[in-house]
Design a protein around this ligand. Structure first.
Ligand code: FES
Ligand SMILES: [Fe+2]
Length: 316
């Protein structure tokens, strides 16, 4: 939810739903602490997969992310050496809650909830994406606003033209996705290939745009030009100062070696960073407590804000 939490300097409460939690390069150890707002989580690499769990040891509250070690039974707590089981089960005294996690090409997602209702079609969307694309980490950066505001941006139609200088945005259609995700699609019209690879001369380009928000802090935006379609996945995690934004990409792999095309990735990162800098100047200076006066052009923004209210605070 959009709020003034970030103004208080407190770790903000975490809402339910999917998060882009970390890139592989951040998971340097088998046991890595993760901070998501006021929640202490831990990523544990075991048997070739990474799981996401509450980090606080049920014995006396030590954070397993700092000094915990992987063992057969789970994680050995650094404080008193008890074996803490990964995943809750009736009758288990020492265990921590597991969250559904998805690791795709070096990008770690987790759904911070117990109910599959919060999935919103994300698992299936990523499964489908992985059939045709490779998912790769892009970059991350701290931003001094609530993460919802960063994700909301994908539904702010007029800012594409005014701030990012996309010459024209054709009618955007907003719809509730079949799985409860929020979806908006339309067309960007331009004369250069600012959103894509290569030089397109002065042809008029019509780039399809399809944004799907799966939670208040996770949006996948597909940009398609001819046969080339790539997906920009933007996720934010809350911090006491605002959020960390992470951007990953779903790219059609190089047919030769099956990896992400390096040049395309480089140009997408450059373009995304530029757009973030344009947005950041606005975000970090705006008054987030001002009551907006939405007009007809802001229907999708209002819909996004309504969407965010469906993700309550995560239970302890
Ligand atoms: S606090 Fe973890 S074993 Fe005591
Ligand atoms: Fe933007």
């Amino acid at each position: 939810m959009l709020s003034s939490d970030t103004l208080s300097g407190q770790d903000p409460a975490v809402h339910t739903g999917w998060y882009l939690l970390a890139f592989d390069e951040e998971l340097t150890e088998d046991v890595t602490p993760l901070h998501v707002g006021d929640r202490a989580l831990v990523a544990v690499r075991r048997d070739g997969r990474v799981g996401v769990y509450d980090a606080i040891c049920p014995h006396r509250g030590a954070n397993l992310g700092y000094g915990g070690t992987v063992a057969r039974a789970g994680v050995i707590c650094p404080f008193h050496g008890k074996a803490i089981h990964l995943g809750e089960r009736e009758g288990r005294r020492y265990c921590v809650r597991e969250y559904p996690a998805l690791q795709l090409g070096g990008v770690l997602f987790a759904r911070l909830s117990d109910t599959s209702e919060d999935d919103r079609g994300f698992t299936e969307a990523m499964r489908k994406l992985a059939e045709t694309h490779v998912v790769v980490a892009g970059f991350s950066l701290p931003i001094k606003v609530d993460g919802d505001l960063v994700v909301e941006n994908a539904f702010d139609i007029d800012h594409f033209t005014a701030l990012h200088k996309v010459p024209k945005v054709l009618k955007m259609t907003l719809e509730q996705g079949a799985e409860g995700e929020l979806s908006m699609q339309g067309v960007f019209v331009s004369r250069s290939s600012g959103w894509s690879q290569g030089d397109a001369g002065d042809r008029v380009l019509r780039t399809g745009f399809h944004a799907r928000a799966f939670s208040p802090t996770l949006v996948a935006s597909e940009l398609s030009l001819g046969d080339d379609a790539h997906v920009i996945i933007t996720g934010t995690t809350p911090t006491s100062e605002g959020c960390i934004a992470r951007v990953a990409y779903g790219l059609v792999p190089d047919p030769e070696d099956g990896t992400a095309p390096a040049e395309l990735l480089k140009s997408l990162i450059t373009n995304s960073k530029l757009a973030f800098e344009q947005d950041r100047t606005v975000w970090e200076h705006m008054d987030v407590t001002a009551t907006p006066r939405f007009d007809a052009r802001d229907e999708s923004l209002a819909a996004f804000r309504e969407f965010t209210t469906k993700f309550p605070a995560l239970n302890r």
